[in-house]
Design a protein around this ligand. Sequence first.
Ligand SMILES: [Fe+2]
Ligand SMILES: [Fe+2]
Length: 250
Amino acid sequence: MDKAIQIEEKETVGSIAVRSNRARKALEDLGIDYCCGGNISLAEAARKAGIKQYELVDRLAVELAKSEAADAEEREWTVAPPEDLIEYVLSAHHAYMKTVLPRIKSLLERVLRAHGPAHGDVLTPLDRIFRRLSAEITEHLYKEEEILFPLMRREAEAAHSGKARPFCPCGTVANPIRQMQFEHDNAGEALRRMRDITHGYALPPDACPSFKALYDELQAMEKDLHEHIHLENNILFPRAERLEETFSGR
Ligand SMILES: [Fe+2]
Ligand SMILES: [Fe+2]
């Protein structure tokens, strides 16, 4: 993020929304209409939102900078060796999941003990969905680490060195990939249900710091899992399938 982000004074809210999804979401968070009423200046939008113009510009500049950094990183992953992307997924996302799941589990136990009697309608189903999600993710990570990723590595290595396609006990790499995508969909559905049950992680008025920590951790986990699944579904898996196709053309 070393490049200065330019926001012209005359730029409209609508044009900023088109430049970056992150900026669009920031506008949404601030209650600023960027679609139907997007043809207004930033000064006017700031006035309507009840904030200073420089605060709005600063916030949008941060979001635009983050978008550029994320776009650059994503572009790199589409051309970097797939083994590097696997290493990144393992160190950035699998490692995080292995630490956050037990942390959320113990927070949930604590919050259920203290608030179960008053908020069991939310906490009991939340606990049930989380426990199942946690068990499924743990198994999912294991399958990727022990079966799919080693297979992808072997195929990438063979392709680079001009060797024949290595033996694949699952038939083709597409088979375990389909299973992982199915499990990703299930995880996404569990995240949506947890968000629904908690009304968008809205804390009750009597929430204690542990309750707040629980919701913060769940939301951070949701965001991380979305990024993790995006990297696998949209970049890593298609690359592994294309790479495997190169063996049939030899
Ligand atoms: Fe993964
Ligand atoms: Fe996965």
